[in-house]
Design a protein around this ligand. Structure first.
Ligand code: SAM
Ligand code: SF4
Ligand code: SF4
Length: 341
């Protein structure tokens, strides 16, 4: 089937599968509240259901899948899902984004199952800061998880760090040095005002420009890597050849080349991180709709897609948290930890 293009000419290529909305820590920029409403267990898609949907997405051009959450490694038996996905030869990449805590238990099984790449979220190298930022004393386990991924044979590891002013913005250099030490590429992420980030404020955002200025003061000139890609990170090289990325969704969004969509653990499909409505794929799937009809449904919604949430947010004058706590409590799908980052 021909590549599906949306109204802005963007292909349907990359699918983020949130396999659970639960998490074993509480990052202040993602889950700052005291309690959360979880998706009902009976609504969570089985692996068999996920794979049936993935097959339809593959029919329509998807060739990259990223497992996310919540914390994806909380989902029982995740390597089995990876195994099922790895049987799909049309998928050129199966990746995982994780906070790393459970990697020591699962890295080897995930590698054996056919996982291609791992991204670990690591915002700080200081255990005290990690505790303050996440409410859990799990920093050592994250570092052990990174080691476990390397031992299991994963190469080209990525380390993602959300940079918050006054919290970890003095660690840009240390994080890069740690990345060099373990041969991982570090990506700095601007703090986004997505659902879930109920404490978001402009003054806490460290922009890509500011990050690059700070790094140039330390290392000397930083050179952009010229590449034609739909990847969210713009990449740069330091004078010593180290490359790193910056994901500037807040100050310099990249919606014009966004080929990503997201499926929640209970089967709602979101065309944008900022979309307030998802498309229910669970009901048609469980209701016995044919594969061709599900394919038509997905194709028609993608063809109508005009979303460019981060660019629109940039135009909002009095910018503050995108969704209120009250609204998040009524619809858990608006949470970042439900739809996956
Ligand atoms: N739990 C896994 C993890 O943390 O890697 C996967 C899910 S998490 C929602 C995916 C990514 O979203 C993480 O790298 C996290 O740092 C990022 N994220 C969450 N809230 C964010 C925010 N307000 N701004 C920018 N990135 C955010
Ligand atoms: Fe942190 Fe990821 Fe959990 Fe959100 S889902 S609280 S970013 S570990
Ligand atoms: Fe894609 Fe929406 Fe993110 Fe823009 S805001 S890059 S359209 S997911």
């Amino acid at each position: 089937m021909a590549l599906q293009l949306d109204r802005l000419g963007r292909p349907l290529r990359s699918l983020r599968l949130s396999v659970t909305d639960r998490c074993n820590i509480r990052c202040s920029y993602c889950m700052p509240e005291a309690d959360y409403v979880w998706l009902p267990r009976q609504d969570i898609l089985t692996f068999e259901e996920i794979v049936r949907l993935v097959d339809v997405f593959i029919d329509l051009g998807v060739d990259r899948v990223r497992l996310t959450g919540g914390e994806p490694l909380i989902r029982k038996n995740l390597p089995h899902l990876v195994e099922l996905l790895a049987e799909r030869s049309a998928l050129s990449e199966i990746a995982l984004t994780t906070n790393g805590i459970l990697l020591p238990d699962h890295a080897a099984d995930l590698k054996r199952a056919g996982l291609d790449r791992v991204t670990v979220s690591l915002d700080t190298l200081r255990p005290d800061r990690f505790r303050a930022l996440t409410r859990y004393d799990e920093h050592a386990r994250v570092l052990r998880g990174i080691d476990a991924a390397i031992e299991a044979g994963f190469r080209g590891l990525k380390l993602d760090a959300v940079i918050l002013r006054g919290v970890n913005d003095d660690e840009l250099v240390r994080l890069l040095e740690y990345g060099t030490q373990i041969q991982a590429e570090v990506r700095f992420i601007e703090y986004m005002d997505v659902g879930g980030a109920t404490r978001w404020a402009w003054q806490d955002v460290v922009s890509r420009r500011e990050m690059l200025d700070r790094l140039e003061r330390h290392y000397g000139p930083v050179t952009p890597v010229v590449e034609d890609t739909s990847a969210p990170a713009a990449r740069f090289t330091l004078p010593d050849g180290t490359t790193f990325g910056v994901i500037s969704s807040t100050t310099e969004p990249f919606c014009r080349r966004c080929d990503r969509s997201r499926l929640t653990a209970d089967g709602l499909w979101y065309l944008c991180l900022y979309a307030t409505e998802g498309i229910d794929l669970r009901a048609p799937l469980r209701g016995g709709m044919s594969r061709a009809a599900v394919r038509d449904l997905i194709a028609s919604r993608w063809q109508a897609r005009v979303d460019r949430g981060a660019e629109e947010r940039l135009q909002s004058k009095d910018r503050h948290a995108f969704i209120t706590v009250g609204r998040l409590k009524k619809d858990a799908h608006l949470e970042m930890h439900t739809r996956g980052g």
